[in-house]
Write a new protein. Sequence first.
Length: 199
Amino acid sequence: MNPDVESILISQEELGRIITRLASEIERDYSAPDKRLVLVSILKGSVIFAGALMTALKIPAEIEFMRVSSYGAGTVSSGNTKILLDFHRPDLPLLDLLIVENIIDSGRTLSNLTRLLLGRGARSVKSCTLLDKPARREVPFEPDYIGAVIPDRFVVGFGLDYDEKYRNLPYVGVLKPEIYNSNPKRPPMSFMKGNPAKR
């Protein structure tokens, strides 16, 4: 897989430093006795990041999983969020939810999901992203915790994929254009829907 990567954007060591910083920021905001932190990992991409973040936290934290899509049959966001995998908690009004995503670009899905979970009655809803692509933002949404701001390049690794490959790379790298240009039936999702989905 490594030969398919044009360059390393964020090294494994730097990812470790980013996760440690984010955990410290989250601990600062959720350490009060009345807080009940629940990480909501957005599958599939964020599972590696969410696991690393959870193990770095020094405060109690629970975890739930969701899988969402804001796309129909087309290649652009419909603006609607489709829940493919949901979680149900009768104690939702007691929970402080932290949506954990690996990358945010358009902001549509995370904006919709935040409103959805607040509408269901969660006590609070914030968001944490490993990577942020503000150049692709389409709605006025800003995550509460940001690991790194990156340029508008197609990146893979640490949960990010192209055609379900490269998720297990221990770093974030820029994929060589010839990899996705050589597959006309599978154009890079960063140009279709975001990377790996237009969040």
